[in-house]
Design a protein around this ligand. Structure first.
Ligand code: ZN
Length: 401
């Protein structure tokens, strides 16, 4: 007869966090929720400033007056807008992306290193978003009524190309990825890979500690480029095999259940909806910003208006996206429990993520903001699994590394 008490074991795991650590995690997490609102207000302010300068209308008129070159006009306007809004948002980005992370001890990256990477990221995003906006504006001109549906198709194409290329060209710019080195960790991972049908040559370790002290792993890429990558932060205090198996089992769950493809499919639907709403809201927002010199939605000089509406919809969509990923994360946890059967290893890893994701939010907070189930819920499910699938005759006491 099994007397293992899942609720008590969950409480025991949570008690391995000190009250100070928990308070800090709560402060950080609540602050992160507020950042969503502040970031939106910053982008609204930036959009307003850019509309006020009249710079984009000037560029558009100059190009269009000489010759009718709408592609050129939309490309230049989009590039100038992306650069300008990046620069205007920079002080806020420095606070939210670097200063605040340092305040909470979640990164030890120097400012220069952070800024250098932010600049590279911005350069990539300026080029990609300018190309994408050229396509969107071409669709608005040619398919005025249903551009939002075509636009979702273009978005999907960009997402898929981006996902396929990311491990090949984007990720190597920021981090070094190496196959897991020979040894017990690699052996454990390969054995689990064989068992779950994941190609074992697709498991990498990267120098994630360069940017962040967050304990994390991920799946990136798509089709042939898909891979599981573990941050070296996972191995800082020496690797615990049960923990590695628990985490890698979770990532293999994402891989085997093709969560990336599900995400893409849902994003296509959501972007169609977002573009449709943008189409409807554009005239209203244009009036609100008193952007008299800006034309209808086909005018690329109206890009700040478009961006502002999309940012607003992004805020409204937070719970939808959070629920989508949270559902997949719960599924990946289940996969890990079934295939790796390391409820304690998984819990040991999960408790480390509590430093940037407060472990016990209210149900409504979890629903609105959490893109992973709360650590408390995840550990409770692992302990419930353990109760019905006892790995060893004696329940182990949770220990901190
Ligand atoms: Zn995950």
């Amino acid at each position: 007869m099994n007397t293992f008490d899942a609720a008590a074991a969950t409480a025991q795991w949570l008690a391995t966090l000190s009250p100070q650590e928990t308070a800090r995690a709560v402060a950080y997490t609540h602050g992160s929720h507020w950042l969503i609102l502040w970031s939106f207000l910053v982008s609204a302010l930036v959009a307003w400033i850019i509309v006020r300068t009249g710079l984009l209308t000037a560029i558009r008129s100059r190009i269009e007056r000489r010759r009718r070159r709408p592609v050129m006009a939309s490309f230049l306007v989009a590039a100038v807008y992306s650069i300008l809004s990046w620069v205007l948002t920079l002080p806020w980005s420095i606070y939210a992306g670097w200063y605040r992370e340092r305040q909470y001890g979640l990164t030890s990256q120097a400012f220069g290193g952070w800024l250098g990477e932010a600049l590279i990221g911005a350069a990539i995003s300026v080029v990609v978003s300018a190309l994408m906006l050229v396509a969107i504006y071409a669709l608005i001109r040619r398919a005025r009524r249903f551009w939002w549906a075509w636009g979702a198709g273009v978005t999907a194409a960009f997402i898929v190309i981006g996902l396929v290329l990311s491990p090949l060209v984007i990720e190597p710019i920021f981090n070094t990825y190496t196959p897991a080195p020979n040894g017990p960790v690699r052996d454990a991972v390969v054995a689990l890979a064989t068992q779950t049908g994941t190609p074992s040559d697709k498991i990498f370790i990267y120098d994630g500690s360069k940017q962040s002290d967050r304990y994390t792993a991920n799946v990136s890429g798509l089709f042939g480029t898909a891979r599981v990558a573990m941050s070296d932060t996972m191995f800082k205090q020496g690797a615990d095999l049960a923990e590695v198996r628990g985490v890698v089992g979770h990532e293999m769950g994402h891989y085997v259940h093709v969560h990336i493809l599900w995400t893409v499919a849902i994003l296509i639907v959501l972007s169609a909806l977002a573009f449709w709403l943008t189409d409807r809201l554009y005239p209203l927002v244009r009036r609100l910003l008193r952007a008299d010199r800006v034309g209808d939605i086909s005018d690329p000089a109206g890009l700040p208006i478009l961006a502002l509406i999309l940012a607003f919809l992004g805020v409204l969509g937070t719970p939808v996206l959070a629920t989508m990923t949270r559902t997949m994360e719960a599924d990946a946890d289940r996969f890990s429990l079934v295939h790796a059967n390391e409820p304690d290893g998984l819990s040991k890893a999960l408790i480390k993520t509590a430093e940037y994701r407060a472990p016990s939010p209210s149900a409504i907070e979890e629903f609105l903001f959490y893109d992973h189930p709360s650590v408390e819920n995840r550990i409770r499910r692992a302990m419930e699994w353990k109760a019905t699938h006892p790995p060893q005759p004696l329940a182990e006491q949770p220990t901190r590394p």
